[in-house]
Design a protein around this ligand. Structure first.
Ligand SMILES: [Cu+2]
Length: 143
């Protein structure tokens, strides 16, 4: 019995290292400094996000619940198309916007505390999606 147990453990270890090796191939998003939005005099929280191949800066954004947000998005120069998607209807945050070199503004008011992912859903043929290449971040809604 003991030998089978060892073989089982060894196989498990090999699978784990194999898995890590594979995961290394995919670029992981480097956590940027969290950006904590402050509320402007007019009662709006403004955040600017730049997207590029394959990142968002910042990729961690903290906003307050029940206060309007203006998200100014733009894309770094380049041919690769990018967008920014959030699908969190439970928190009143749903958008899918193309990122252009010229900035544009997305407006929403988060209604529920929580962490909501944002990402680019572009994908070329059979290649990894931009999200898999690291183009994702998290929007944290706090009290
Ligand atoms: Cu993209």
């Amino acid at each position: 019995m003991k030998i089978w147990h060892s073989i089982f453990l060894l196989t498990g270890a090999l699978l784990l290292t194999g898995g890590t090796g594979l995961a290394k191939g995919a670029e992981q998003p480097t956590p940027s400094k969290p950006y904590k939005a402050s509320v402007a005099k007019d009662g709006v929280q403004r955040v600017e996000i730049v997207g590029g191949s394959y990142f968002f800066t910042p990729n961690r954004i903290i906003v307050k619940v029940n206060i309007p947000v203006e998200l100014k998005i733009r894309k770094e120069p380049g041919m690769v198309p990018h967008n920014i998607v959030v699908a969190a209807p439970e928190a009143g945050i749903v958008f899918d916007a193309t990122m252009e070199n010229e900035a544009k503004v997305i407006r929403f008011t988060p209604t529920k505390v929580g962490s909501y992912p944002f990402y680019c859903n572009k994908k070329l043929l059979f290649f990894e999606s931009h999200r898999e290449k690291g183009m994702e971040g998290v929007l944290e809604v706090v009290e």
